[in-house]
Write a protein that binds this ligand. Structure first.
Ligand code: CTP
Ligand code: CA
Length: 231
């Protein structure tokens, strides 16, 4: 979407978007991470700024991306850093969008020095749960604040993508859940995305296959629609 094509309909709205994948250190030179590129979160931030919003982007690790114009960028490496940055930014936001891929677990301890290989077999990596940032932000939400979660689902023997997504929307208590179908080269590290937008009122909208900027436009449209239903 070119800037000219976008309406200036988010003027005065304060939004915070998280993007990218957290990295959980094992030692000073190694981490546990994930494949998130950050492109979807950056597209959301860029489009919101183009529509006149006041945007804070909390960026975990991403591929090389140019900073969106007119956006305040805060870096966050680990899930715990991202939690702090999101808490601060969310305190003054009308809309919170959690597009980041937050590691569910982190190594229980990070070694102060580089782990050396020895003659022994290596120890298994012990893991601890990370905080659920979105769940915490929903629990502490300001009145009138709109909360948006993301879910990347593959479906499996136990259930299909939409069944998992509906359960996640209710579990997280957010107003909107953006569901990406992943696997088979979809979503991660690509320019295109497809999926569904699930709203807390039961509305389910198919997002046509297209650029991440198009998905960003659809998400912000849904946010504005949800806010106008509330007021
Ligand atoms: N999320 C979060 N903090 C975490 C894990 C996830 O804030 N520790 C957020 C993500 O940013 C996303 C939403 O929660 O907006 C859903 O993330 P997802 O990984 O799909 O859900 P989980 O609850 O972690 O469930 P699972 O990974 O088992 O599917
Ligand atoms: Ca997860």
């Amino acid at each position: 979407a070119s800037p000219q094509a976008l309406p200036w309909d988010m003027r005065g709205l304060r939004v915070v978007v998280s993007a990218g994948g957290t990295r959980e250190p094992l030692d000073p030179v190694r981490w546990l991470g994930n494949r998130s590129s950050g492109k979807q979160g950056y597209a959301l931030a860029r489009v919101a700024a183009q529509r006149g919003a006041e945007v804070t982007l909390v960026a975990a690790h991403t591929v090389a991306l140019s900073e969106p114009a007119g956006v305040r960028v805060v870096q966050a490496g680990t899930a715990q850093e991202l939690r702090e940055a999101m808490r601060q930014a969310a305190a003054e936001a009308d809309v919170v969008v959690m597009a980041a891929a937050v590691a569910d677990f982190r190594p229980t301890g990070s070694a102060a020095y580089k782990i050396k290989k020895t003659e022994r077999e290596p120890d298994p990596i012990a893991l601890t749960r990370n905080p659920d940032v979105l769940a915490e932000l929903v629990a502490d939400r300001q009145p009138g604040q709109t909360m948006v979660g993301f879910a990347a689902e593959t479906g499996d023997a136990e259930g299909n993508i939409l069944e998992y997504a509906r359960a996640k929307l209710h579990r997280k208590g957010c107003d909107l859940l953006v569901v990406n179908a992943v696997g088979e080269g979809k979503a991660f590290e690509t320019e295109d995305n497809d999926g569904w937008l699930l709203a807390a009122d039961g509305t389910e909208t198919r997002i046509p296959f297209g650029a991440k900027s198009q998905l960003a436009v659809a998400v912000w449209n849904a946010v504005l629609a949800s806010r106008s239903r509330q007021s």
